[in-house]
Write a protein that binds this ligand. Sequence first.
Ligand SMILES: C[S@@+](CC[C@H](N)C(=O)[O-])C[C@H]1O[C@@H](n2cnc3c(N)ncnc32)[C@H](O)[C@@H]1O
Length: 237
Amino acid sequence: MHRPAASSPVELPDSPDRVRRLAKSLSRLYPGRFLRSYVYWKIRTDPLYPAVTRSLADAQNQPLVDLGCGAGLFPFYLKSQHYLGPIHGLDIDDQKIIAARTIATHHWPDIDFQTSDFATWNPAPHQGHVTLLDVLQYLPPELQHDLLSRAATCITAPNHRLIIRNGLSDPSWRARITHSTDHFARWIRWMPNSPLSHPTRESLEAPLRAAGLHLIFTPLWGKTPFNNYLITAHRPN
Ligand SMILES: C[S@@+](CC[C@H](N)C(=O)[O-])C[C@H]1O[C@@H](n2cnc3c(N)ncnc32)[C@H](O)[C@@H]1O
């Protein structure tokens, strides 16, 4: 895997051919056909990682904590796009963290992965970006609120971003499909838990506004039927 030069800017794969090549190279990092195929199609079809990377482009040297990093795909994607800051990933699933650590050891030793439950995550050592990608629905509403309040304390400078991608609960047909698909992910044992509660727009806004952050909600549907939004929060000057 290509290692970044110190001054390289974030560059997004912009042509279908480059996206295909990136999907291939990232999928090859993972063991087993199932994971490889998941990674390949995630990179080919999901607009999530390019969208988040674009949101970070103005401050790509800041530390980033990826909460619920799974097997580390987003941190690896970011580093493959020449992100310069240190990245710390944490997840409750020990097997995914072991897989992520094994890859990081060989390719990006500056990414640090740790098995950890959000319930006990201490935000105090981290000041910088925070990402929470497709995670909140696995937490009970009280923990969602509390985690968002803690994550907001990491956003200490105007160029820091708290970025959430989540399916939102609302009356739309997209919300119903999102909910069923998350249950399917549990049924095939991809996820250790069933989704507990999809957040609403209001439940995301409450703790982040109370912490003084400004929020932007953008639909991130791509070609999917899911009710996904990208929520970017920052601290105004
Ligand atoms: C759908 S996956 C998203 C993975 C990754 N963010 C991505 O976009 O590829 C949700 C992740 O949240 C993690 N998770 C769920 N509950 C958690 C908790 N209480 N503490 C830490 N991680 C948790 C799961 O183990 C899983 O890896």
